[in-house]
Design a protein around this ligand. Structure first.
Ligand code: N6E
Length: 155
């Protein structure tokens, strides 16, 4: 694909024992899907700062120990924008998840993750995150519900 611009995004997966926290996206890109928390990195903030801010804005949790464990690139056929998504995780956080205008948070058992209502790429890389692996991947989508090709490696 011929990329003409990149958007830098964050995605935060919070773990607690054998549960992970996902949010139902209520509006905007990916609405109707369960996902981690995140969004665009803003000018003047680091990627880590962007991840922390989105976690706070979208479900009212704070964490000072987010660790970057994955880098995912997403492209959509006939769209020149490449989404460079930095994936963070932590099992240490403060606060209770709270519903916001953007997300409705819910804990899921790690063996009962709602992959059917998530982005199609999640079922490839989320198990790696859960196993404590670091990873790097590329996914080419056609529309939102079909992957044309992908590449995923552990680091
Ligand atoms: C294509 N396959 C994908 N698989 C898994 N996750 C994906 C994804 N594509 C995008 N994502 C995530 O979806 C969020 C969008 O964020 P998005 O709402 O656009 O950002 P932000 O909150 O800044 O938006 P607005 O300010 O409302 O424009 C952000 O976490 C991003 O990492």
């Amino acid at each position: 694909m011929s990329t003409t611009s990149r958007k830098v995004l964050t995605l935060v997966i919070i773990r607690k024992g054998s549960d992970i926290l996902l949010g139902m996206k209520k509006r905007g890109f990916g609405a109707g899907k369960w996902n981690g928390f995140g969004g665009k990195v803003e000018p003047g903030e680091t990627i880590l700062e962007g991840a922390k801010r989105e976690l706070q804005e979208e479900c009212h949790l704070t964490s000072d120990s987010l660790k970057e464990v994955g880098l995912l690139e997403f492209e959509f056929k006939n769209d020149p924008v490449l989404l460079e998504t930095h994936v963070f995780t932590s099992n240490q956080f403060q606060g209770e998840p709270k519903e916001t205008e953007e997300m409705n948070p819910q804990w899921f058992s790690m063996d009962n993750i709602p992959y059917q209502q998530m982005w199609l790429d999640d079922k490839y890389w989320l198990p790696l995150l859960i196993q404590g692996e670091q990873f790097k991947g590329y996914f080419l989508f056609e529309g939102h519900e079909r992957i044309l090709n992908y590449d995923l490696t552990t680091l």
